[in-house]
Design a binder for this molecule. Structure first.
Ligand SMILES: [Zn+2]
Length: 267
């Protein structure tokens, strides 16, 4: 599932492709993939992209027509730019049309992804409540400790909660907890102050490192030019059998997801 580094990489690619291009429409090939704001201005298209923003795992495109797009890739969604594309692919759920016949295909085998077409003024109605960005100053040890100090949920589940911090998913939470030397099932309230500081610092480090190499390509995630990210080569525990020190890894189901951790390195 694309997490912050993958979504940012896709958005950077999308912004580059759409610069100075006129968007002429949005086609939907699968019921429910495209959500349209009832208050959408009639003249949503043609339009140019005025601003692009990533918030958590959401991409937000503001158009100069007063409309906007929220793109949420969810589990298997990907965007692929294609000059002069033909018939929709088997798993193509929607398509952003560009002047001149080019398009950005939204390909999503599992169909959980969504594109919302909204009137810019209504953005907040279509966005869920999200915690701070993990790479922002607002996400610090004091903030995190305030939110988890009384929680008995596993620390991993708390970090996956987008209302606490926006943009983390299974891969980076496994990785950052390994680096922070904290086991994923530890209750939030039992995580010590030094451990919280390590969690915050390693969250920022692992995301920054992944951003620098275009994210992690394990299953469906691809950049907009359909190339892979490279961070899968730097993972220490996710989908591994041993930690870098050679200890056999444990694997727990938490929040419905596999949690890879080292019972020796992590306490
Ligand atoms: Zn280990």
């Amino acid at each position: 599932m694309p997490e912050l580094p993958e979504v940012q990489t896709v958005l950077d690619g999308l912004s580059e492709v759409l610069t100075n291009r006129v968007l002429t429409g949005l086609e939907c090939y699968y019921p429910g993939t495209v959500i349209v704001d009832p208050l959408l201005p009639d003249e949503a298209f043609p339009a140019r992209v005025k601003e692009t923003i990533r918030r958590g795992k959401y991409m937000i495109l503001h158009l100069d027509s007063g409309a906007g797009l929220i793109i949420h890739l969810r589990m298997t969604g990907k965007l692929v730019y294609e000059p002069d594309p033909r018939e929709p692919h088997k798993h193509e759920r929607a398509r952003i049309l560009l002047e001149g016949g080019d398009a950005v295909r939204f390909i999503d085998p599992r169909t959980f992804g969504k594109i919302t077409l909204f009137a810019s003024a209504n953005l907040s109605r279509f966005m869920p409540a999200l915690g701070p960005e993990p790479l922002s100053k607002a996400f610090d040890a004091q903030y995190l400790s305030g939110l988890i100090a009384h929680r008995s949920a596993p620390i991993k589940n708390l970090l996956l909660d987008q209302r606490i911090v926006a943009g983390l998913g299974n891969i980076y939470v496994c990785e950052l907890l390994y680096r922070a030397r904290v086991q994923p099932q530890r209750e939030g309230r039992k995580v010590s102050a030094p451990e919280i500081r390590r969690i915050v610092n390693h969250t920022k480090d692992v995301l920054q490192e992944a951003l620098e190499v275009g994210g992690t390509s394990i299953s469906d995630y691809r950049r907009i030019d359909d190339k892979s990210g490279e961070f899968q080569h730097f993972l220490r525990v996710y989908q591994k059998l041993e930690c870098p020190k050679g200890h056999p890894l444990g694997n727990l189901r938490l929040g419905g997801r596999s949690s890879f951790y080292c019972p020796v390195c992590q306490k």
